[in-house]
Design a protein around this ligand. Structure first.
Ligand SMILES: O=C[C@H](O)[C@H](O)[C@H](O)COP(=O)(O)O
Length: 261
């Protein structure tokens, strides 16, 4: 581990390093987006160079695709790979049921498609991302540019009717122009009073014309690898804390959750 990392970067690095150990030769692996996922992509690049690890990586953003190629990973589109063994990605929040808020980096659409097309999804996150209830992090909603102001107004009206809207929803900006996702869409960030029933909110949002996808990932994640500032990791599955420390997987049989879960 690099000596000079801040505690938060050390935590992200530790989680990414630990989760990367679940990747085995022959796997098709979804490569998440964000600062934590970038550590994972770099680690997989090291394993390719050092161990001859042979994998196909499916990136969830143009940024991740660029990094994956830079570090020597074989990159394919999801349509080329078709179905994935494992996706490893970061998150903005996760709760005790391993439901997530994602999209702080604008990649939620490709991330959700890739994670859903995977046998397993492992989330890598620093401990500060754990929440008792989702909703502190503004919920990103990806909308098409056509009629975006009308779509945004419909989203706001829907949330007001559900009595969950906090402050005004904001169009994500990049300097003084709208932020544009890899799929050519805009993002509205929702400051919510509460999320309540996350599955219901996700369905309601996605039914609004013009909404492409939202950042709630419900029943997608199988395990969270939590990194801590001292470099330790803990693993969490939906049944609660799986009491692991920093030890790497003992079992190389191919069952990625075989080490005590
Ligand atoms: O769109 C971005 C993704 O959902 C990221 O995985 C998420 O924002 C977490 O990013 P980071 O690891 O940089 O906190």
């Amino acid at each position: 581990m690099p000596e000079t990392l801040s505690p938060i970067e050390r935590a992200k690095h530790a989680a990414a390093w630990r989760a990367s150990a679940y990747v085995e030769s022959g796997m098709r692996v979804g490569l998440g987006t964000g600062s934590t996922a970038a550590w994972m992509v770099r680690r997989l690049g090291e394993r390719v160079a050092e161990e001859g690890l042979q994998i196909v990586g499916v990136p969830t953003s143009s940024r991740t695709a660029d990094l994956a190629r830079q570090v020597g990973l074989t990159v394919a589109s999801l349509d080329e790979a078709k179905w994935l063994d494992l996706t490893i990605d970061g998150a903005d929040e996760f709760d005790g049921a391993l439901n997530l808020v994602k999209g702080g980096g604008g990649a939620l659409l490709q991330e959700k498609i890739v994670a859903t097309a995977s046998d397993r999804m492992i989330v890598i996150a620093d401990a500060a991302k754990e929440v008792s209830a989702l909703g502190s992090f503004p919920l990103p909603v990806e909308i098409v540019p056509f009629g975006w102001q009308t779509t945004k107004a419909l989203v706001v009206e829907t949330l007001v009717n559900m009595d969950v809207l906090g402050r005004e929803a904001t169009l994500r900006m990049n300097d003084d122009v709208p932020y544009v996702t890899d799929e050519g869409n805009y993002i509205v960030d929702l400051n919510l009073l509460r999320i309540g029933n996350a599955r219901q909110l996700s369905l309601v949002l996605n039914q609004i014309p013009g909404v492409v996808e939202n950042g709630l990932f419900i029943d997608v994640c199988d395990m969270v690898v939590i990194g801590h500032g001292d470099g330790a990791v803990t693993l969490r599955d939906p049944s609660g804390i799986a009491a692991h420390s920093a030890a790497l997987p003992q079992n190389e049989s191919g069952n990625i959750f075989a080490d005590g879960d």
